[in-house]
Design a binder for this molecule. Structure first.
Ligand code: ZN
Ligand code: ZN
Length: 405
């Protein structure tokens, strides 16, 4: 049953937009910790194809290629300039580090075009150098203090910000979370729809191009401010809806005028010469106290009552993210709930037959709706998210009823 549920979930996820790529636990090889080998499709657009074994891509049939993917912490505004294994503070701008998926490989300085999947020695006897490369869809973090979504075409990404000046500004990105070329921004058509909280009357404002962004002056509406954008990436392309809820005005991360670093890599960073930059020791430190507990992964507990209690907490955390409009964060508690449901699946044989009949389909349903929440959370359509959450809650209730508390 467990494998069936996982298979169903994977098939489902693959038919939807690419999900953030969770990194698997590192494997130990002697004294070196290596991220596990995965097999990915070299075809652009097939980034969500990640298999454990070599073979053909299930989408396009191309031969999969080996890769080591790692989930690392880095500065949101300067991806992979600084790489840490734990949450911390960006030594460049003092903002909390964000998690991204990166490809890890090793190179020799004299031959940087040749990459190896394991550390080794170069021709001159020196040790090969570890490097991190950005991965398409490896970074779903806002870059300007706003709300970040991926489009249903699994290529475009965008971020809505609501500035204290009453301007809504949309930042646009490609699949690597790089700002979209102005040529492509010019092809877009978008409107912003705001709703008067008292009368319910909707107002559409066209978004106009401002450099590489699109924006509209909507004035100051009461916070929390809910609005949505209707976006066409091409004149004849489909309309995409993105729902935003701003609890506060968006704040740009403050970047010092003279960044002191130009080197990529995981080397310790010096804060000398720039008193505004926090000490490098913050990188790799403990989880900052300000972090939302809903974003923290916990080990699966040993007993069924504890699993049920954690499942209740995760269900509430998802609801709170939906209420706050933090759609891009939903996947964290959703995937934790999915793992809890699969752990409970291992205990279903302890149930009497008639309860097992409730538990089995409920676990499948919860796993399925968790993947939907992840996919729809990335896309940012509130209606789809709410529908998936309704199914999730129904499944969670059945699970709670089937197992002894
Ligand atoms: Zn493919
Ligand atoms: Zn993406």
């Amino acid at each position: 049953m467990r494998s069936a549920a996982v298979l169903l979930a994977i098939t489902l996820a693959s038919s939807l937009a690419a999900a953030p790529q969770p990194a698997k636990p590192a494997q130990s090889r002697g004294d070196i910790e290596l991220p596990p080998l995965s097999y990915v499709c070299p075809m652009a657009g097939d980034e969500e194809v990640i298999e454990d074994k070599a073979g053909r891509c299930r989408k396009c049939g191309m031969d999969l290629v080996p890769i080591r993917l790692d989930s690392v912490w880095t500065c949101a505004t300067r991806p992979l300039l600084v790489v840490a294994s734990k949450p911390g503070t960006c030594p460049v701008d003092g903002t909390p580090l964000v998690q991204v998926t990166a490809a890890v490989s090793w190179i020799c300085k004299d031959k940087p075009s040749v990459t190896a999947l394991e550390p080794g020695r170069c021709a001159d006897g020196s040790a090969m150098v570890k490097q991190y490369a950005a991965r398409a869809h490896g970074n779903h973090n806002p870059q300007h203090g706003g709300q970040f979504f991926m489009a249903a075409d699994a290529w475009h990404h965008l971020e809505g910000t609501y500035l204290p000046t009453g301007v809504f500004r949309m930042h646009l990105y490609d699949d690597f979370t790089k700002p979209l070329q102005p040529r492509l921004v010019r092809e877009m058509k978008a409107t912003l729809v705001t709703k008067d909280p008292r009368t319910g009357k909707e107002t559409s404002t066209p978004l106009v191009r401002n450099g590489r962004t699109l924006q509209a002056r909507i004035g100051k509406v009461p916070l929390p401010a809910a609005m949505h954008a209707q976006v066409q990436f091409k004149a004849d392309g489909p309309e995409n809806r993105f729902d935003f809820t701003f609890e506060t005005y968006s704040k740009e991360p403050i970047v010092p005028a003279t960044p002191t670093m130009t080197m990529a890599g995981a080397a310790p960073m010096s804060s000398a010469g720039n008193p505004a930059v926090p000490a490098a020791s913050a990188v790799g430190g403990e989880i900052p106290s300000g972090i939302d507990p809903a974003l923290v992964q916990l080990p699966i507990p040993d007993t069924v009552p504890e699993m049920l209690a954690q499942l209740r907490t995760r269900t509430e955390q998802i609801r709170s993210f939906i209420d706050r409009g933090s759609f891009a964060s939903i996947y964290v508690p959703a995937f934790q709930a999915k793992d809890l449901a699969l752990a409970l699946d291992d205990h279903k044989n302890e149930l009497p037959a008639e309860r097992r009949k409730i538990a089995e389909p409920a676990i499948s349903k919860l796993v399925r709706s968790a993947y939907l929440l992840d996919a729809f959370g990335d896309i940012g359509n509130k209606q789809q998210i709410s529908d998936a959450y309704m199914k999730f809650v129904e499944a969670a209730k059945d699970i709670q009823a089937a197992f002894p508390q």
